[in-house]
Design a protein around this ligand. Structure first.
Ligand code: FE2
Length: 276
């Protein structure tokens, strides 16, 4: 049975099937050593949580059931390129291996995982997957591609912040270590002052690398995402790691004020967040 755009009430059935196929696909990467298994499990569990988060934010911004389910499917599959990436290159670092967003979108072309969905829906999913890890969405996307592109970027960032926070509180994978180089580069401070995301090429110290995560607040697209971020208190662990200088205190206050303003806005969508 092929699901078309006007059969959105059937999407929940499709989601359950896609989830089963996704888990079966991931299981094919588990038959290896324990380090590999730990990394595959990390991404599998991240994908399942991002799927739930995308559905949650989708409900908060009052999407219909079809788009909520589509958001959950995209959440589940956004990192589908990660498994092959780790199996082949033993790293999640795109710079020394492959771009996992682009690879994931390629993998989904005609993949049996999506065989219940019509071509347009499959294309929306692939569009969200390819752009989820890029600096920004490209201009000119139609309304549904724009919506799902923004939604997956929020849900993904929320769970990455959770994973990093857990790691800092109960070190397991050591994504972020103690800050050995605490100086903040002028370009990073300027990005913070301008309420902009920090570019990777501006990172020169451990402190800069942590500040990239804090500056993500300026790249969230929906107020409910920031409400979740605040409720789960994902930023304070990062703040506590950093030197408590006057300039950074001002940056922290600005970040808090940005979240306050977003939560006071009635429409739930943010307009001021700009990525390079
Ligand atoms: Fe990703």
């Amino acid at each position: 049975m092929l699901l078309k755009a006007d059969h959105r009430h059937l999407y929940p059935i499709a989601f359950n099937r896609i989830r089963e196929r996704f888990l079966a696909y991931v299981a094919t990467f588990m038959d290896t050593d324990s380090t590999c298994r730990a990394h595959i499990l990390l991404k599998r569990n991240h994908s399942l949580r991002v799927s739930s988060l995308a559905g949650l934010v989708g409900r908060c911004i009052r999407l219909d059931n079809g788009d909520i389910t589509l958001a959950k499917i995209i959440g589940l599959l956004h990192d589908v390129g990660r498994f092959e990436q780790f199996a082949r290159y033993r790293t999640f670092n795109d710079h020394v291996s492959i771009d996992h967003g682009s690879y994931g979108a390629e993998l989904l072309v005609d993949h049996p995982m999506l065989r219940d969905l019509d071509a347009e829906t499959r294309d929306i999913i692939r569009c969200a997957v390819v752009h989820h890890n890029k600096a920004a969405l490209p201009p000119g996307l139609d309304a549904r591609r724009h919506l799902h592109g923004r939604l997956i970027r929020d849900a993904d960032k929320l769970d990455i912040l959770k994973v990093l926070t857990d790691d800092l509180n109960h070190p397991t994978y050591h994504f972020i270590g103690p800050i050995k180089t605490p100086d903040v580069s002028p370009e990073v401070l300027e990005s913070l002052r301008q309420k902009r995301v920090i570019r990777y090429q501006d990172v020169q110290s451990d402190a800069d690398a942590v500040l990239i995560k804090l500056a993500w607040v300026y790249d969230f697209n929906f107020a409910p995402s920031l409400a979740i971020l605040r409720r789960r208190d994902y930023l304070s662990t990062f703040k506590d790691l950093l030197p408590q200088t006057e300039a950074l205190q001002a940056a922290f206050q600005q970040i808090d004020a940005h979240i306050d303003e977003a939560l006071e806005r009635p429409d739930g969508a943010l307009t001021g967040a700009i990525a390079d």
